[in-house]
Design a protein around this ligand. Structure first.
Ligand SMILES: NC(=O)C1=CN([C@@H]2O[C@H](COP(=O)(O)OP(=O)(O)OC[C@H]3O[C@@H](n4cnc5c(N)ncnc54)[C@H](O)[C@@H]3O)[C@@H](O)[C@H]2O)C=CC1
Ligand SMILES: O=C(O)[C@H]1O[C@H](OP(=O)(O)OP(=O)(O)OC[C@H]2O[C@@H](n3ccc(=O)[nH]c3=O)[C@H](O)[C@@H]2O)[C@H](O)[C@@H](O)[C@@H]1O
Length: 437
């Protein structure tokens, strides 16, 4: 099938590449000339494990094309995916301007029947809005389908190629058949395509992200309670996670959820609820807990060093909002840096992939170390903000020898407390007792 993906960011590039991998002819359109030039020249623009190999193969074999021209890009396509940004507007609701601008243009460009697919995360009612915007100028038949994306950064290829489910919102038989054919190779392993109406599909996406964010905030509050009552959150997590009704995943406490999606999507659902005259109280609490959680380690650091951190120097491992990505949007590390620098401290940071993105954002507010161990030089203590694998089994002798104080503040519970006690580290984590040699 010939398909077009408009918006070649994270979701667009994964979507385009994976559809090419299953034999489709894919054209990706983006207004960013730089990005299109790089991609056309075979240079991948995002860090995503496993994507580069697929991207290079499909580009080489002629199934992937890139252009800045919408008219040329959609000419022969049967299906057009809109993978455009939906950032929070000033009031927290999803900003639909990117999508509606393209929809406005599309109407006049359609020459034969096409399926236009909302791949972006969009509020309930957006498919109708996109339909209306295209219909203003369209002279041919078309359908607008809601097909939200559930991939996670860092495992995006795996999530896209072997999805738990594919949600397709449409009431058109014609569009349903085309979308079913397109997704057939991905759901062969037995996971379903769930067909539904457009509005239910739109809400499914927000409900999924909000539910997962709720699980995380819930566990972060349980972790706080564990510390106050002397329980161990790792035990509680294992204890409840073994109940199938609760499930093992997404129960890890930490320093709050970040990324480009949970924070914005929870906020957007709260906003949609308000517009529907409903006060979604659970989600307001989820956001509130998450805001506080980002600075969870700070009082622990201040309890150790005193409130005034002037003259103190910290090593910070991990900048990305989670491992295996260079994405730093809403990353808890950025909030910790702000707080430390605000309290008079200096910070030396290391991240395997995300340092250059941070440098572009905050420049010389911190220093950038070449390696995780170089970051420790002259540091009073080590703070861990992202659970990259390389941080999980470090050389503790080296850490102990270089740090001025053998103190580690771990926002991701990477190490066992008794081990840290044995090794002679002052060690604070989330929801567990501290090691205080
Ligand atoms: N990043 C993620 O892991 C996931 C994101 N989503 C949703 O997918 C949507 C897209 O997200 P990302 O891919 O992360 O965004 P992104 O910001 O990485 O990419 C958006 C792309 O659209 C391009 N663009 C903007 N205006 C355009 C126009 N008029 N014509 C052509 N291209 C244009 C931009 O240049 C950029 O390359 C959002 O709604 C997001 O919530 C859904 C699931 C996962
Ligand atoms: O809509 C989206 O964009 C995507 O948002 C999330 O994916 P992503 O943001 O890539 O990352 P997650 O793995 O979900 O992690 C989000 C945040 O939650 C945190 N988290 C996750 C799990 C956990 O147990 N504890 C926890 O604190 C992570 O550290 C991270 O900051 C969803 O998992 C995807 O299904 C969805 O498609």
């Amino acid at each position: 099938m010939k398909i077009t993906v408009v918006g070649t960011g994270y979701v667009g590039l994964v979507t385009g590449t994976c559809f090419a991998e299953t034999g489709n002819d894919v054209t990706c359109v983006d207004i960013d000339v730089n990005k299109v030039n790089k991609l056309s020249a075979g240079q991948i623009t995002i860090y995503e494990p496993g994507l580069e190999k697929l991207f290079e193969r499909n580009l080489k074999e002629g199934r992937l094309h890139f252009t800045t021209q919408l008219a040329e890009g959609i000419k022969d396509a049967q299906v057009i995916f809109l993978a455009l940004p939906t950032p929070p507007g000033e009031d927290g609701s999803a900003d639909l301007s990117y999508i509606l601008r393209v929809a406005d243009q599309l109407g006049g460009l359609l020459q034969d029947y096409k399926v236009i697919v909302d791949k972006s995360t969009v509020p309930v009612g957006t498919a109708d809005k996109v339909h209306a915007a295209i219909a203003k100028n369209a002279k041919v038949e078309f359908d607008v389908v809601s097909n939200p994306e559930f991939l996670r950064e860092g495992v995006a290829v795996e999530d896209f190629m072997k999805p738990d489910r594919v949600v397709i919102g449409t009431q058109s038989e014609r569009a349903r058949k085309i979308m079913g054919d397109l997704y057939a190779p991905f759901v062969r392993q037995g996971n379903p395509i769930i067909f539904m109406d457009e509005k239910s599909a739109e809400l499914t996406k927000y409900a999924a992200n909000s539910f997962l964010a709720t699980k995380i905030s819930f566990m972060n509050e349980i972790a706080i309670l564990c510390e106050k009552l002397g329980a161990d959150v790792d035990m509680v997590r294992r204890g409840i996670g073994s109940d199938d009704r609760i499930g093992k995943r997404f129960l890890f406490p930490g320093i709050g959820y970040g990324g480009s999606c949970f924070p914005k999507d929870v906020q957007a659902l709260v906003k949609s609820s308000q517009e529907a005259a409903y006060d979604f109280r659970i989600l307001e609490a989820v956001m509130d807990v998450n805001e506080k959680q980002k600075l969870f380690l700070l009082p622990k650091i201040q309890a150790y060093f005193g409130n005034d951190l002037k003259g103190k120097h910290f090593a910070l491992w991990g900048l990305a909002f989670k491992p295996n990505t260079d994405d730093i949007r809403e990353a808890p590390a950025l909030y910790i840096i702000d707080a430390l620098v605000g309290a008079g401290a200096t910070v030396s940071v290391f991240d395997p992939e995300a340092a250059s993105n941070v440098q572009q954002l905050i420049g010389d507010k911190v220093t950038y170390a070449e390696s995780q161990y170089a970051a420790l030089e002259n540091a009073d203590a080590l703070i861990i903000a992202t659970e990259w694998s390389v941080f999980r089994t470090p050389d503790f002798d080296k850490i102990g020898a270089v740090l001025k104080q053998k103190a580690i503040f771990d926002g991701r519970n990477l190490f066992e407390v008794p081990r840290m006690q044995e090794l002679g580290f002052y060690y604070e984590s989330v929801g567990r007792s501290a090691a205080k040699p």
